[in-house]
Design a binder for this molecule. Structure first.
Ligand code: MN
Length: 231
């Protein structure tokens, strides 16, 4: 048997310090996982984590030392940044308990959950899906993935984003409402996690709009930086 059309090359993200690529299977995202951001989005207290997805080929991989170019997407007037710790899954699993979760973590990266906030807001108001607000082309800029064997578990450390040199988002991974292990426990009740999955773990407070020409620089302790220009 043959494919009726040419296959697309798989979505992939560079592995830091190597010439290897991490093949992306699915992209899961956690909503409202830092208390201050949950408040700015209108939430209260510790709600159970909730999830949404982006297509795997929404990744915009940015090489180490490089500047990614993200085209300003169509159908929005309010493109916003969300800096996030991304967890790369290396081992399949379902109904994973938090105590075992770290065995499934292959590595970590810095990512941006870019959001068409106006479309997301309209979807919330009308009770419609978030797909057009969250899961659009190039909506997941991501820096190279650092192997867990090199970083060890990341349960704390500064996470920050500047736009044109001005601080916009600042937080600490330790402020995650649901830790990486707890997030994997919850997520794996809903989906069979597979190697190649990426989990965007949520953003600290300070989300805001960007414009064409802006330079976004995201940093997370031990993971270097992610540089993206809006074009
Ligand atoms: Mn997010």
């Amino acid at each position: 048997m043959q494919y009726a059309l040419p296959l697309h090359s798989p979505a992939a993200v560079p592995v830091a310090g190597t010439d290897e690529l991490f093949p992306v299977h699915r992209i899961y995202c956690v909503g409202r996982n830092y208390a201050e951001h949950a408040k700015e989005m209108g939430g209260t207290g510790r709600e159970a984590p909730f999830f949404f997805m982006k297509p795997a080929d929404a990744v915009l991989p940015v090489a180490s030392g490089g500047v990614g170019e993200m085209p300003y997407p169509p159908m929005t007037r309010d493109l916003q940044h969300e800096i996030e710790l991304v967890v790369a899954i290396g081992k399949d699993g379902q109904n994973i308990c938090a105590a075992d979760a770290m065995q499934h973590v292959w590595g970590y990266a810095i990512g941006l959950d870019m959001t068409r906030r106006d479309l997301q807001g309209e979807a919330k108001k009308l009770g419609r899906p978030w797909c057009t607000g969250k899961g659009f082309d190039h909506s997941a800029p991501i820096a190279p993935i650092h192997r867990f064997t090199e970083t060890g578990p990341i349960n704390g450390g500064a996470i920050a984003l500047t736009v044109n040199g001005t601080p916009r988002q600042e937080g600490d991974i330790a402020q995650l409402i649901w830790s990486v292990a707890e997030t994997i426990e919850h997520l794996s009740k809903y989906y069979a996690l597979q190697s190649g999955d990426l989990i965007f773990t949520g953003t600290p407070a300070g989300v805001g709009a960007v414009a064409v020409g802006d330079l976004l620089v995201g940093t997370i302790d031990r993971l270097g930086e992610l540089r993206v220009r809006i074009v």
